[in-house]
Design a protein around this ligand. Structure first.
Ligand code: XLS
Ligand code: NI
Ligand code: NI
Length: 437
């Protein structure tokens, strides 16, 4: 396969909001400067390997719908053909970053050693292509959930042999991520959870997961990996109950195992929805706990109840997500990854390109709206004013521990304190947002 999979598809460039060319950006101009940085520097866009180049289009009722020339990619030759197509796509879209799991990029071997050899060979191939094209690695990760050995989990598996195989695999994936100058290393929980409590020892599995994550942190420092380690919360799917349920749950895990200063979070819109939260809730919560790292900007269908991984298409929602990201200072090592997949009827090569081009434009529009909200300041000022009472002397004493319940009761009585309710002004604030999106 020497011919480009995306033949006759032009490179996507910025043509401005009035362009009717479907193969163009109307809102994403990588060099446009917003709040002192280019859009490319702000968004740090990434394309994922797995949904685009590995997933065959199956669903619970039917098999493969996509016909990619590199399928089944069970040889090094086909794995390289797949990489050629992937890097063609990164160029066409002009995205600076990509992300992958080990199993996405190398053929499955008969043993750990063969897996490692295959991974290293494809990493060499990537290194050349990255050098040639300037594409960078936003994050690498290990697939510890597809192979049947992991059916009962990896780090939380009752069988220590599976724990060991998973740990060894993470080591090789961290090595490769480090070698390719990855800016983050992601740990999504895969099958770390349970199907039924009847066969599960919760306390033991928590201990296993805690040790596993501590080893990952120790190894990061041992090899001098400068990127961030990111856990990706998700409440369910594939297991009935995933241990990394949501931001608050992962925070509890990190505190319990002394990891809260070592690991941050990769947040996915669809996972937030599955957990019964809004995306901005998870982002704002992570910011407030000092854990915000990166995002998977793929949405769920609000009716379906599973992880549909659709490309973002809702500008006001995306705007609020970026508003809270910007409020926390924007991305540092993180970025905007599309962990998104086509619908299974979208079988043409150009569907892959159009899906990303549209999603990138939605992100650019949302981001620019968010930047205007920040620059305007009305929304943030409202929140500051709402808490302004805490600047007072007595209020400060209540908060910093200088007053106890007795003293507060005395103060309330002697001053005959009668609190007056004040409007929360939700509708007013929602109207303010509407000025910018
Ligand atoms: C699955 C997750 C997964 C991670 C990477 O739901 O989103 O794709 O992002 O392992
Ligand atoms: Ni997901
Ligand atoms: Ni994800």
């Amino acid at each position: 396969m020497t011919q480009c999979y995306f033949q006759n598809i032009p490179d996507i460039t910025y043509e401005g909001p009035n362009s009717t060319n479907t193969f163009a950006y109307r809102h994403y101009d990588p060099s446009e400067v917003v709040m002192g940085k280019t859009m490319a520097e702000h968004l740090r866009l990434a394309v994922c390997y797995w949904h685009n180049f590995v997933w065959p289009g199956n669903d619970p009722f039917g098999g493969q719908t996509f016909e990619r020339p590199w399928f089944p990619a069970d040889s090094m030759e086909l794995a390289k053909a797949k990489a050629d197509a992937a890097f063609d796509m990164f160029r066409i879209l002009n995205v600076p970053y990509f992300c992958f799991h080990d199993a996405d990029v190398r053929p499955e071997g008969q043993s750990f050693a063969e897996n490692t050899r295959n991974l290293n060979e494809i990493a060499d191939y990537f290194a050349d292509k990255m050098e040639e094209t300037g594409t960078k690695l936003l994050w690498g990760t290990a697939n510890l959930f597809s192979h049947r050995r992991y059916m009962g989990g990896a780090a939380s598996n009752p069988d220590p042999d599976v724990f060991a195989f998973g740990a060894a695999t993470v080591k090789t994936c961290m090595d490769v991520t480090h070698r390719l100058n990855g800016e983050n290393y992601v740990l999504w929980g895969g099958r770390e959870g349970y199907e039924t409590l009847l066969n599960t020892d919760l306390r033991h599995e928590d201990q296993q997961l805690g040790r596993f994550m501590n080893m990952v942190v120790e190894y990061k420092h041992k090899i001098g990996f400068k990127g961030a380690l990111l856990i990706e919360p998700k409440p369910q799917e594939p297991t009935k109950h995933q241990y990394d349920y949501d931001v608050a749950t992962v925070y509890g895990f990190l505190k319990r195992h002394g990891l809260e200063n070592e690991i941050k979070l990769n947040l996915e819109q669809g996972h937030a929805i599955l957990a019964g939260h809004s995306f901005e809730h998870e982002i704002a919560m992570a910011q407030s706990l000092g854990l915000f790292g990166s995002i998977d900007m793929n949405r769920n269908d609000y009716q379906s109840g599973w992880d549909t991984d659709q490309f973002p298409n809702n500008v006001p929602e995306v705007a609020l997500a970026y508003y809270y990201i910007l409020q926390g200072g924007g991305f540092s090592t993180g970025g905007t990854n599309f962990d998104a997949k086509l619908r299974r009827q979208s079988i043409d090569p150009e569907d892959l390109i159009l899906a990303h081009a549209g999603a990138i434009d939605v992100c650019a529009r949302g981001f620019k709206a968010a930047a205007k909200m920040i620059e305007d300041g009305t929304m943030a000022d409202f929140v500051t004013d709402r808490y302004a009472g805490w600047q007072g002397e007595t209020a400060a004493k209540m908060l910093n521990g200088e007053m106890d319940l007795d003293q507060i009761a005395q103060m309330v009585e002697t001053t005959d304190l009668r609190p007056e309710p004040k409007s929360g002004k939700q509708e007013y604030l929602e109207n303010v947002i509407n000025r910018f999106v």
